[in-house]
Design a protein around this ligand. Structure first.
Ligand SMILES: [Fe+2]
Length: 199
């Protein structure tokens, strides 16, 4: 019969694999970011994630187990989706907002996983493991919060293009956004300016 300890070690192996995948994926995300603050935040979480791999090894050892990973399909999928969205928004002002959303999905998965692992380590009477898992959980939460702050401070505003804003103004005035009206073409910006120049 499988026990809580088996479940704990199973999830631990999942997160050991997840962290090593994240360590490989983060440099690519940092390269894709066009905002210096976001690049720096990703680099700093890369250092923390390398530390998480080491801490997880210590957790395994505290249970007299050798560190082992088992493919974390959720992280594989989240990283794959992150790659996709980064590719799609490569040349868009929404690239940083897209990268933040992809990174936050990973952070939330990690927060849920480490929250459970921390509780279970406590129930299994391993205070050392519980302490290490709490440290990792705190760093994941802090990383997630800095991403929210960055999104609010700059990336979401950058992503809000002229078309989005025109749409919101029209909606506020009780009209449907230009892009949703049939037979009308959005007004080209700068057309008046060009006419003036030609005169
Ligand atoms: Fe982590």
């Amino acid at each position: 019969m499988k026990t809580l300890k088996d479940l704990f070690l199973n999830e631990l192996a999942d997160m050991y694999d997840a962290e090593r995948r994240i360590v490989k994926a983060l440099p690519k995300m940092a390269k894709a970011a066009t905002c210096d603050d976001l690049k720096a935040a990703i680099q700093s979480h890369l250092k923390e994630s390398e530390g998480h791999v080491k801490k997880l090894e210590q957790v395994f050892h505290s249970f007299d187990e050798k560190a082992r990973g088992q493919t974390c399909e959720a992280t594989v999928g989240l990283i794959e989706e992150g790659d996709e969205i980064a590719g799609e928004f490569k040349d868009s002002p929404a690239i940083n907002a897209a990268l933040i959303s992809a990174a936050q999905k990973v952070e939330h998965y990690e927060m849920a996983s480490y929250g459970c692992l921390h509780e279970w380590a406590g129930l299994l009477g391993n205070a050392q493991a519980a302490g290490l898992l709490q440290q990792i959980l705190d760093e994941e939460k802090a990383a997630n919060e800095s991403l929210t702050e960055l999104a609010r401070a700059s990336s979401n505003q950058e992503a809000l293009g002229e078309d989005d804003q025109n749409g919101m103004e029209n909606e506020a005035a009780g009209e449907r956004p230009a892009s949703l009206r049939r037979g009308t073409r959005p007004v080209e910006s700068g057309r008046k300016g060009n006419k003036t120049l030609r005169r």
